[in-house]
Design a binder for this molecule. Structure first.
Ligand SMILES: Nc1ncnc2c1ncn2[C@@H]1O[C@H](COP(=O)(O)OP(=O)(O)OP(=O)(O)O)[C@@H](O)[C@H]1O
Ligand SMILES: [Mg+2]
Length: 175
């Protein structure tokens, strides 16, 4: 098939449908950074081209920490900077490249076209911090990982839900 036919078109999705249909797991308690990293290590081998992982949560809840752990588990470099200012950082990993987004500074959802988001959604694994910035352009079939602060300094809570393509994989990620 010519490459063009495989392209995923960015389009608006009804986000409310997702919330009603897909099961939510958690909250899981991550008592330390290494517990959070362990979930990332379990997720990494389940990921495939076209996956979108939406990492939400307030500043400092560990979105970059989690994305970094996934990238490293997939064979990425020791140095995984936060794409705070570049908005996207790509990792040419085999067999599947990884695109790490931080959309905090995205002005409006349509600005994401300039980041070649369609290419990422078609061919890569997309790890997206501040996914809500995409509004309705965020694909419904995605993995949502919502991070929150726990009661102690190093505790985080993680709530996980996944779209249709995640039904089986969620059982392995979050039994
Ligand atoms: N259980 C934990 N899991 C993950 N990170 C933790 C945990 N406990 C402490 N931390 C620390 O919390 C910080 C999380 O910072 P990080 O940059 O990942 O946040 P962020 O959610 O990406 O913030 P931003 O919205 O600014 O991008 C790191 O310094 C990390 O070491
Ligand atoms: Mg971050």
């Amino acid at each position: 098939m010519p490459k063009g036919e495989q392209r995923v078109k960015l389009r608006a999705h009804d986000q409310s449908a997702n919330k009603r249909v897909f099961p939510v797991r958690g909250p899981h308690h991550f008592s330390s950074p290494s517990a959070t990293r362990a979930l990332a290590a379990r997720l990494a081998p389940l990921l495939r081209a076209g996956d979108v992982v939406a990492l939400s949560g307030e500043l400092g809840t560990g979105k970059t920490f989690f994305a970094r752990a996934v990238i490293q588990a997939l064979g990425g470099p020791e140095e995984v900077p936060s794409p705070t200012f570049t908005l996207v950082q790509t990792y040419d990993l085999a067999p599947t490249p990884v695109w790490h987004f931080d959309l905090y500074r995205l002005g409006k959802p349509e600005d994401a076209y300039e980041l070649d988001l369609e290419d990422a959604f078609a061919d890569a694994i997309s790890l997206i911090e501040w996914p809500e910035r995409l509004g309705a352009l965020l694909p419904v079939d995605r993995l949502d990982i919502a991070l929150a602060f726990g009661t102690s300094e190093n505790e985080r809570l993680g709530t996980i839900s996944g779209g249709a393509s995640w039904t089986e994989r969620l059982k392995r990620l979050s039994p």
